[in-house]
Design a protein around this ligand. Structure first.
Ligand code: AMP
Length: 286
């Protein structure tokens, strides 16, 4: 496994692989790797000749009061895990390389990035789109892998890739969970084991709503209430939003007549957790 901190050296290595006809797969991450990241990397290694992972805590996607400084950084462990999951190249840029002095060009998506997490974090998706566009231009992968846990982010990247004509296939892989159902996240590190146990109610609520949907409930307000009632039982959790929106463009839905995303954001103390399930067509919609 080769490690690169400089853009030009990485590009040179990738060019060599491309010239010999190799398929390039890419997994962008912020490090502190867990099974969620590793599932993406393993799939990437499976489907490509060269697997590239980037580890970079991107400052432009953090708001002024967010956890940029305390975001968990575990580089040594990450490198071991990445190697074990099949990474061939690791890109480890620092801020001076990604955002040179006088950097002033950003990528702004104007629809998908607005609701849900975009409300609480107004510049977050601009930072995500910008850094991913930069990484795509540097790595030029055939395929890039993202997690369904961050469903809004995955949709945004697909939209950006399509709108800006990136010739890159975007694959979105299922959410990897703790045994109790809690979606794995680097931010779970901020929680005690008791809090993690309590937070697992979010997924339990999503599963109940999914069950009700499969049993015929197509009214979005009723499904959202169902989730709200379950999650509210855990007093420690503060609900930020519960939303049902079309998976295509995140348009809000009242009657679920197409594939939709049921997404929840809730916090314990100042730790924000997100999770979702996709409500997809079982037989025919009424
Ligand atoms: P992050 O390091 O949080 O920026 O995440 C890097 C990639 O891993 C993103 O595409 C995430 O959606 C994905 N990811 C994070 N957690 C999970 C998880 N529990 N299951 C699947 N993918 C995940």
């Amino acid at each position: 496994m080769l490690i690169f901190k400089e853009i030009e050296a990485l590009k040179k290595e990738i060019k060599k692989s491309k010239q010999s006809g190799k398929r390039i797969g890419f997994v962008p991450t912020m490090g502190n790797l867990h099974e969620g990241h590793l599932s993406l990397l393993r799939k990437c290694a499976d489907e490509n000749d060269v697997s590239i992972v980037s580890i970079y805590v991107n400052p432009t996607q953090f708001g002024p009061k967010e956890d940029l400084d305390k975001y968990p950084r575990t580089l040594e462990m990450d490198l071991e895990l990445a190697k074990g999951a099949g990474a061939d190249l690791v890109f480890l840029p620092d801020n001076s390389i990604m955002y040179r002095e006088n950097f002033s060009t950003y990528v702004t998506e104007e629809k998908i990035s607005k609701p849900m997490c975009g409300k609480r974090r107004p510049d977050h998706f601009r930072g995500v789109a910008t850094v991913v566009a930069k990484l795509f231009n540097i790595v030029e992968p055939d395929t890039a892998y993202f997690g369904q846990k961050d469903a809004q982010q995955a949709l945004l990247i697909k939209k950006m890739a399509s709108d800006l004509n990136f010739n890159i296939k975007i694959e979105v892989l299922p959410t990897v969970r703790e045994k109790n159902g809690l979606a794995m996240s680097s931010r779970n590190n901020y929680l005690t084991s008791d809090e993690r146990e309590k937070a697992s109610i979010i997924y339990k609520a999503l599963l109940e709503a999914e069950k009700a949907f499969k049993n015929g409930e197509k009214n979005a307000s009723k499904l959202k209430d169902l989730v709200k009632n379950i999650v509210s039982k855990e007093k420690m959790l503060k609900i930020d939003y519960i939303d049902i929106r079309s998976t295509e463009d995140l348009e809000p839905l009242e009657k679920i007549d197409r594939e939709s995303l049921l997404a929840v954001s809730a916090s314990i103390r100042d730790v924000h957790l997100i999770d979702n399930v996709v409500l997809s067509k079982v037989k025919s919609y009424e």
